[in-house]
Design a protein around this ligand. Structure first.
Ligand code: IMP
Length: 173
């Protein structure tokens, strides 16, 4: 097994996820909110976020892909679509694992906006701001990070490491 440097511990993630859940509850109060989790990377984050969210939450899933290995291809493929009736007229919170170039979130934003939600916000656990190509800024972000390829807590490198409970960086020999 490769050596991994821990960037955010389980405890640090848990604390930040609670803060975001509370901030979102302050925004929406008792209105119904549909959290759209982007598969697969955001699954751990979305589950923990919903467990901490005190309001009326629904959950849906979307899958797009653009990554191969450590780099974004820029070409987004929709692998699992949403049903328009689950988005139209609803308060939507997109839950992303990480925003890097911004291509993926930009695609998701356009895709969901076309279904006319009542309101729309974006929430990402990690934000690699320095790598942005598309001018897009999520409404809520857990941690802004440097230009590092991170793994764990749902994030993978070629499908590996998703099950780590913390977020880390693989140390290259
Ligand atoms: P973007 O389209 O370049 O913003 O890339 C967003 C997607 O790329 C995320 O949803 C992740 O699936 C993946 N990604 C970007 N950076 C990383 C990383 O450091 N580790 C693992 N996956 C990443």
């Amino acid at each position: 097994m490769e050596k991994i440097n821990v960037l955010f511990t389980e405890e640090e993630i848990e604390k930040r996820v609670c803060e975001i859940a509370n901030t979102l509850y302050e925004k929406f109060g008792d209105e119904e909110v549909t959290f759209v989790c982007t598969l697969k990377g955001a699954v751990f984050f979305a589950c923990d976020l919903l467990k901490r969210y005190k309001g009326d939450a629904r959950m849906d899933f979307l899958r797009v892909s653009s990554y191969e290995g450590e780099s974004s291809t820029g070409k987004i493929n929709l692998k699992l679509p949403l049903k328009a009736e689950n988005i139209n007229g609803k308060n939507i919170v997109v839950v992303e694992d990480i925003v890097d170039t911004g291509y993926t979130l930009n695609y998701i934003r356009n895709y969901i906006q076309e279904m006319n939600p009542k309101s729309y916000v974006e929430c990402t656990l990690l934000d690699k701001k320095a790598r942005r190509v598309v001018d897009i800024n999520p409404d809520y972000s857990g941690f802004v990070i440097d230009d590092l390829f991170v793994i764990g807590y749902g994030l993978d490198f070629d499908q590996k490491y998703r099950n780590l409970p913390y977020i880390g960086v693989v140390v290259k020999e």
